[in-house]
Design a protein around this ligand. Sequence first.
Ligand code: PGA
Ligand code: ZN
Length: 422
Amino acid sequence: MQIENVWAREVLDSRGNPTVEAEITVKGHKIRAIAPSGASTGTWEALELRDGDKSRYGGKGVLKAVENVRGPIARALKGMDPADQEAIDRAMIELDGTENKSSLGGNAMVAVSLAAVRAGAMAEGVPVYEHVGGDHATMPVPMLNIINGGKHAGGNLKVQECMIIPAGAPSFSECLRISSEVYMSLKGILKDRYGVGAINIGDEGGFAPPVDTVDEALTTITDAVSAAGYVPGKDVFLAIDAASSEFFEDGVYFVDGLRLSAGELADHYVELTEDHPLISIEDPFFEDDFETTAELTRKVGGRVQIVGDDLFVTNSKRLSKGIACGAANALLLKVNQIGTITEAGEAAQMSFDSRYNVVVSHRSGESEDTTIADLSVGWGSGEIKTGAPARGERTAKYNRLLRIEEELGSKAKFPGVSKFRI
Ligand code: PGA
Ligand code: ZN
């Protein structure tokens, strides 16, 4: 089988910004995928190519990236085997020729890479998760972001994401049911305590209440878990993404109304893990601080998952530096941070080899595309983070996972609490 055509167009993401949709034709079928887009992006991510022409979308248009797909990428990929993901990705990497994908654009490349994995699966007549993983199917434990802060909301909460991990449930579908119930319970509590304005939502579908500190947010979520009839620390656990580069300035962290050094912030996190059933902390320190991240990992890594997002940017080079110094014990995997599925897969493999956990992740700017759901199952990552159990671009991934779980039937493995150091 051959790739007959490669095309692209500008479409909208969940924030209403333009993004790249790629379309690969195989056997007359047009297979599509859409590039996601971050707000709290890491400095070392693949470059998102934007037109800069202020007369369209305030400069955010992606017509240059679209042209790169229609022109050079299409010429390179036409005639290739759609099932050979690595050859497709390597062809794009070679054509781009830069360290950060700045020539073709990471957004152009990731849209094509995701469309290719879908086209490859179609050509082989198997679901995408099977195409990437064979028999290796594991349903992920979801991390659901139900209070949004930082760059994803308009309040005072500096920590970007407060999540629930219903890892005590026996299956993915039960996790999702519990999450929806806790989300609704939280909605009621927020309304009672802070008024109706508190149930407005942020970019990832979580509520954006007027809480000032992460401690207040986590306490409210714990109350919501109990009110929904679940036991915090047994059925449902908590996680945060501090995305701390966003509140780091001249060596100081401005968070929770405090002004903290890296060491003081580390103590702050330790206290949070003692006061709440908090089992996962993402990007605790700014994106180049491997040392303090390693210190915190040494201190609490035995019982807390420390996740590198902006720290590693799904880049094997940065990840290997982290592994060498013991910074974090989990990788946040975002395909668009590195630009291709092949490179993201290498980072996942490196993590597994070093006993680092892998959390497959969405971006705050998303779409109806569900490919990451299949990747999490096929790669057996064991964890996925894709927002609240609400809003179409988030539920698209969770709903896809429900379908996969049904399809796998008794073959569906589910790690539950065993994924965590509880
Ligand atoms: P982003 O946020 O997509 O805005 O970068 C998600 C995250 O930080 O995990
Ligand atoms: Zn993050």
